[in-house]
Design a binder for this molecule. Structure first.
Ligand code: UTP
Ligand code: MG
Length: 497
């Protein structure tokens, strides 16, 4: 691979370019384009360093332009260097790494561009800068960020999620939340983080998160994450909790009994599986398989028909991940209600009835409403809501799904089992339930934290309570709730925090 012929290697010829041997060296690092600042460095040293870098496969630009990714300077005064850089009218300057020679020498020693660390950066300081540096624009609350399903930092967020999960399985809340918040911040970024320097102004990234990122930037993976993934306890708890009805406590109990596999559990005569867990094992292959958007649409039609048979004025809304635009989910979440106050309580039992008659109800766990407006506001953070709800497993026929089932290869049954959740709040609680069930979980956590910390309000799936005014705030739409909180409205597809 050689320098691209379309990139003018010699434009306006600088003195340095004239003394350099024209570059036909092999380019190894196409994404990195260096520019060495001659001021202070001097012409002959610059020529020497240019040749050295090119011989190691680096692209060194003769002219400072917007194609440059790494500007390297030696002995420069920060303020005069920045003033000089700004004089060039570069559009891309905010994205360039402006680096001390130490980054260059480290890279030459390693024979590759090393990850940019804070110690390499020549930072524009606010006292020296002609204009103050932009203030951190990323909020610490995900309800003030817009996060689509496009994640440009999956390598980092996957690593953080493994660690968060490991802490969660061990019931260590602090670091678990810290990694979840860090992952959520990175998910909201419009591009991939290329260097630790780029994380400087980001909130929620602590020392531990940064250390993990540093490993990934340097070695392509994190040793701590690898170690966690290969840990027997982590693997076993992950496996057990992947069964519908098995939570971290049960998984831990089984692990401490020495059980390591499903067959260990299923052949242990002292273990009494509850109804949910029995169904979880029975349909494990199907319900551990992601549900597609087309399958979610097919289920919507089925529920829609069922609920409208009970009452024509029923309201049905798809919530959860599919409302946020996800292509796949672990289940399909619906809200059902009706404007006839009190009648919403009959909806889920009616739906279950009809699904049973259709022969497609494989499992249901119905929980009647315990909602009582007089017991609000609820001060317990992240408590479950009190609306009537039902956790279901349904049989979905392939013929009802546009484009067919998302089934395993070689599966010729023509149907699959799917997890469905239904919740039925009273109509005047609909907006709160819709907001709460749309998620993501992190978005909800941050909405509640924002309400509490920034507005002295309490938000949950039932209501919004203003503690200062000692009153409940009414809402018929999600927009009303955002407005009460003084937040810009965030569309469902922007809530993938
Ligand atoms: P899910 O667990 O279904 O997550 O909960 P999801 O975002 O749809 O993702 P996948 O694709 O299914 O894995 C949906 C939302 O419902 C809320 C959760 O907090 C989440 O934000 N929820 C769930 C409640 O508020 N109460 C519940 O009892 C259950
Ligand atoms: Mg869901």
């Amino acid at each position: 691979m050689f320098h691209s012929p379309i990139l003018p290697r010699v434009r306006k010829r600088s003195r340095a370019a004239e003394v350099c041997v024209p570059g036909r060296e092999e380019v190894k690092f196409e994404d990195v384009r260096l520019y060495l600042v001659e001021r202070k460095m001097g012409l002959s040293r610059r020529s020497f360093l240019t040749q050295l870098a090119r011989s190691k496969g680096f692209i060194v630009e003769d002219v400072l332009s917007d194609v440059v990714t790494h500007v390297v300077s030696e002995n420069s005064h920060t303020s005069s260097l920045w003033a000089w850089l700004k004089d060039h009218g570069l559009k891309n300057l905010p994205n360039m790494h402006v680096l001390d020679i130490s980054w260059f020498t480290d890279s030459m020693r390693e024979g590759r561009p090393v990850a940019v660390e804070t110690r390499h950066l020549i930072q524009e300081t606010s006292t020296e800068a002609s204009t103050p540096p932009p203030k951190a624009t990323v909020s610490q609350y995900s309800c003030q960020r817009r996060t689509t399903i496009e994640n440009n930092n999956k390598t980092f967020t996957d690593a953080f999620e493994v660690l968060a999960e490991s802490y969660e399985l061990n019931e260590i809340e602090g670091p678990c939340l810290a990694f979840r918040r860090a992952a959520s911040v990175l998910k909201s970024l419009p591009s991939a983080v290329q260097s630790l320097g780029a994380t400087q102004d980001l909130p929620c990234l602590g020392e531990h998160s940064k250390a993990v990122m540093k490993e990934i930037l340097q070695y392509g993976h994190s040793f701590e994450v690898e170690k966690t993934l290969s840990d027997e306890r982590y693997q076993t708890l992950k496996l057990f909790t992947s069964v519908f009805g098995v939570g971290p406590k049960t998984a831990d109990k089984w692990y401490r009994r020495g059980l390591r596999s499903f067959s260990d559990v299923l052949t242990d005569s002292s273990i009494q599986l509850n109804r949910m867990q029995q169904s979880g094992f029975l349909h494990y292959g199907d319900i551990s398989r992601a549900v597609s958007k087309a399958e979610a649409r097919a289920l919507r039609s089925i529920i829609d028909e069922a609920v409208h048979e009970i009452t024509p004025d029923a309201v049905l809304a798809l919530t959860g991940g599919f409302r946020r635009g996800k292509e796949f989910g672990h289940d399909v979440d619906f809200i059902v209600t009706t404007p006839q106050g009190g009648k919403e309580e009959t909806l889920i039992p009616g739906i279950i009835n009809r699904l049973t008659k259709q022969g497609i109800l494989l499992f249901s766990d119905y929980q009647a409403s315990t909602f009582d407006m007089t017991k609000l506001p609820c001060h317990r953070f992240e408590a479950m809501d009190h609306f009537a709800k039902c956790f279901l497993i349904l049989r979905l026929e392939g013929s009802q799904v546009e484009g067919g089932l998302h089934a395993a290869e070689g599966d010729s049954r023509g149907w699959r089992a799917v997890r469905v959740d239904l919740v039925s709040p009273p109509m005047d609680r609909y907006a709160f339930a819709l907001l709460g069930w749309t998620g993501s979980r992190q978005f909800e956590r941050d909405l509640r934290r924002f309400a509490r910390m920034e507005r002295n309000m309490l938000l949950d799936n039932h209501a919004l309570y203003d503690k200062s005014k000692k009153e409940f705030l009414a809402a018929t739409t999600e927009k009303d709730i955002f407005a009460h909180l003084g937040l810009e409205y965030i569309e469902p597809w922007q809530r993938n925090a």
